[in-house]
Design a protein around this ligand. Structure first.
Ligand SMILES: Cc1ncc(COP(=O)(O)O)c(C=O)c1O
Length: 282
């Protein structure tokens, strides 16, 4: 797949991109990231993603401020290399020190890495018919609102889903509260209301989640940012995932529990249509 990287502003093919072994992103996961979808050469919700990147950087006290330069560099790579359907991955790390120490370097020099890669969307059939997911314990830390590269619990949950032949793993707390997927946000329709876990330190505030909340309110759907639990699943009539590359993906089965009538429901469908209209109008 065609992919162009940029490291501190220097462009090269992604396969040739290298970072120093002492980079703190590599040693400690001392880094934050973003993933942005590009449709027909245009980044979708770019400013929202940059704003979240800024919040993540502030939260880990990483002194990177060149958002205007970053925006221009990303747009230039998309334009000059003629990317149409693509994703942009951006990662900012706290850079390297002369040796490995947990504490911040005295004068950190952040490393800016991004790449733009062609994206082939293989999810069309799943968006139409829905996917199966599994539940998995949430083994993450207490600041999941920071989009950090510390993704080992997410990786293990995603792998468990893959090995179960499922698309995603829904992460649950010891009391059965369902928070979100390993790489997606999650919504349920319960008692006629659209529910999703409230923005709090235990979930990532998804950019797609925020958009879907807005679209649902515009459509007059009753929306509540409130948690739902594994025990609610037999009563849930619709369930879906949201994310930058997943978009809006209906869930028709969780573990052995069929959701609703086993088909994507009307609220999900109507939100999918509204999402598509926005993308088409980009
Ligand atoms: C844990 C988690 N939740 C939700 C999402 C979806 O966020 P967004 O809609 O911004 O892609 C992601 C995306 O990577 C994620 O990692």
């Amino acid at each position: 797949m065609r992919a162009i990287a940029s490291i501190n502003g220097e462009c090269l093919p992604l396969a040739e991109a290298r970072v120093p072994a002492l980079d703190r992103g590599f040693l400690f996961g001392d880094a934050v990231y973003e993933v942005i979808r590009v449709y027909r050469g245009k980044p979708f919700l770019f400013e929202e993603h940059l704003a979240r990147l800024r919040r993540s950087l502030d939260a880990i006290r990483l002194p990177y401020t060149d958002f205007d330069g970053l925006r221009q560099r990303v747009l230039r790579v998309i334009r000059e290399h003629g990317f149409q359907e693509a994703i942009v991955y951006i990662q900012i790390t706290r850079g390297s020190d002369v040796s490995r120490h947990h504490v911040f370097p005295e004068h950190p020099v952040p490393l800016e890495f991004f790449y733009v890669e062609e994206f082939h969307d293989h999810l069309e059939a799943q968006r139409e018919h829905g996917v199966r997911v599994i539940t998995h314990p949430d083994w993450r830390w207490q600041r999941c609102d920071i989009k950090s590269t510390n993704l080992l619990p997410n990786v293990l949950a995603a792998q468990a889903a893959r090995e179960a032949g499922a698309y995603e793993a829904l992460l649950y707390l010891p009391d059965g509260t369902l928070l979100e997927g390993s790489r997606t946000s999650c919504f349920a329709v319960l008692g006629g209301k659209l529910l999703t876990a409230p923005a709090a330190p235990n979930i990532l505030p998804g950019i797609t989640r925020a958009l879907v909340l807005r679209l649902a309110r515009q459509q007059g759907v009753a929306v509540e940012e409130r948690v739902f639990r594994v025990a609610d699943l037999p009563h849930v009539t619709e369930l879906f995932l949201t994310g930058t590359t997943s978009e809006i993906l209906p869930i028709v089965q969780v573990d052995n529990q069929v959701i609703g009538n086993g088909q994507p429901g009307p609220i999900t469908r109507s939100l999918q249509r509204a999402y598509r209209q926005l993308v088409d109008a980009l």
